[in-house]
Design a protein around this ligand. Structure first.
Ligand SMILES: *[C@@H]1O[C@H](CO)[C@@H](O)[C@H](O)[C@H]1NC(C)=O
Ligand SMILES: *[C@@H]1O[C@H](CO)[C@@H](O)[C@H](O)[C@H]1NC(C)=O
Length: 218
């Protein structure tokens, strides 16, 4: 008798343990978490990020976010959105991103080096903000990049020589910053117009052929 009661108790305990199971909470979605971290970092006086609800399964229904059929984030469209604050490292986790459009806002701070992890990025548009600091060398890892527009910011330092490896780059605009040193001439740089580099008072024009590149005064 006692054995049967004990067996019944054990069976009940087992059933309860199975029913509790693993924590059911929202499936973790790293891309949603990264975007939500950006939302918390930014000041958003016009409320353009209001639909960014972290309790949803993924960020694919959030305004200004576009996913592919596998629910991976491929576009972030926050140009002309009047947001301010710093971009932060989290966006480097959106490894499927193709279009990063943050132009014409009041973003400040530095361009995070983590953006170099966005291997699928086609378009990097950060122009017309208040970004400071150097242009990260890590952006030379963006093999798919076709458009890089960082113009009209307050960027300093030199143009990374490694950008000459960006063989898919069709358009670069670094004008209206505070860059120094010389303009690379190799790879895609052989086709870019000088206007892409205008209004950087300390930039010294194209590298002289045959001279070892050296960033004088940078
Ligand atoms: C942008 O936000 C500021 C507040 O930070 C506000 O005064 C201004 O009107 C906004 N601009 C636009 C175009 O909505
Ligand atoms: C450089 O600055 C001048 C004077 O402000 C402006 O007219 C010109 O359009 C600028 N160049 C570029 C490429 O933005």
């Amino acid at each position: 008798m006692a054995a049967r009661v004990l067996a019944a108790l054990l069976a009940t305990a087992l059933a309860l343990a199975l029913a509790a199971g693993p924590a059911p909470a929202r499936a973790s979605n790293d891309e949603g978490d990264a975007l939500y971290a950006l939302r918390q970092r930014l000041s958003d006086p016009n409320g353009v990020l209001q639909s960014w609800d972290p309790t949803l399964v993924n960020p694919c229904t959030w305004f200004h976010v576009t996913c592919d059929q596998a629910s991976r984030v491929v576009r972030l469209d926050l140009g002309n959105s009047n947001v301010s604050g710093s971009i932060g490292p989290e966006l480097g986790r959106l490894v499927n991103l193709k279009y990063l459009e943050l132009y014409r806002n009041n973003l400040d701070g530095e361009i995070p080096k983590e953006l170099g992890n966005l291997k699928n990025l086609i378009s990097l548009d950060l122009y017309a903000n208040k970004l400071t600091g150097g242009i990260p060398k890590s952006l030379s890892k963006l093999d798919s990049l076709r458009f890089m527009r960082l113009n009209n910011n307050k960027l300093t330092g030199s143009i990374p020589r490694e950008f000459a490896k960006l063989s898919n780059l069709k358009v670069i605009d670094l004008s209206n910053n505070d860059l120094c040193g010389t303009i690379p001439v190799d790879g895609p740089f052989s086709t870019f117009p000088l206007r892409s580099f205008e209004n950087n008072s300390r930039l010294n024009g194209p590298e002289l052929q045959g001279l070892v590149p050296y960033d004088f005064g940078c």
